[in-house]
Design a protein around this ligand. Sequence first.
Ligand code: DOR
Ligand code: ZN
Length: 343
Amino acid sequence: MTLQSLTIRRPDDWHVHLRDGDMLRAVAPYTARQFARAIVMPNLSPPVTSVAAASAYRTRIAAAGCNSETRFTPLMTCYLTDAADPDELARGHAEGVWVAAKLYPANATTNSAHGVTDLAAIRPTLERMQAIGMPLLVHGEVTDPDIDIFDREAVFIDRILGGLVRDFPALKIVLEHITTKEAAEFVTDAPATVAATITPQHLHLNRNALFAGGLRPHAYCLPVVKREAHRLAVRAAAVSGSPKFFLGTDSAPHAVDAKESACGCAGIFNAPHALESYATVFEVEGALDRFEGFASEHGPRFYGLPLNDGTVTLQQAETTVADRVAGLVPFHAGERLGWRFME
Ligand code: DOR
Ligand code: ZN
């Protein structure tokens, strides 16, 4: 077999958690190394709800090494609460601070306590976003404790997302980090205003990974990984070539002791080898010719942003993932991946 090398237009990460403070400084360079731009999630504590806070956060990200010197542009998002102000949102968008806004159903995940409790509260905001062409990014899980955690995404689609798409036909909506057959089908069948991001972990893992020989906190993220049939449906969507599906790592670092705990945090730190991880999937699926679309083209086209200049190259060569990166446990820790990102 001849070893391949894969050169693609510089990709973007359409969903990442860069955190703040020491953690930001530790993790941000890994995202800046592989990606030209990233949609930065606003679930800090306190959440990023004002233009001033987003602008200050962007400055801290630049100071952490994600800036023009490293040829990286952070794309900021607004955290929607019940008190979201359509004027503030529109101002931040017009000033080029906010690219999109994130809908966390209250208490769905990490730092989402201030999220939206009732969609009715943000209808005026959604109307404004629709009018100004600002995308809505959705954490698509219901939080009803009566709903089984493995069903929360499918129930969200059924109870909430269908209506949202109907009521706001011109609003661009990204269903983030899809994990189910239902989500892949919904997005495929939806109008062109609806797209989805896909993480490496939801392409590689099914729910057995959470319990392989014991409890595995480093495989725990939200939405939680699902049955094998769902993983296969999400993989098929990723490699389909459909412009509705694009790369969003949801890299979500937590300190090791916060993961390895009696009540461990949700989130997988996949930034160090994100492209190698995705490339492995596209190779196995015989879809390397569609990797560039997924990683570098579908996202910017959906967002209405220019494609990046320049390229990155991956070589078919073994990469052994370290047990610790920046003091954290990365995705695929201790495993071998068949691709290597070339600097
Ligand atoms: O696993 C996750 N971690 N899912 C989320 O939705 C949030 C993220 C985080 O911020 O840790
Ligand atoms: Zn996320």
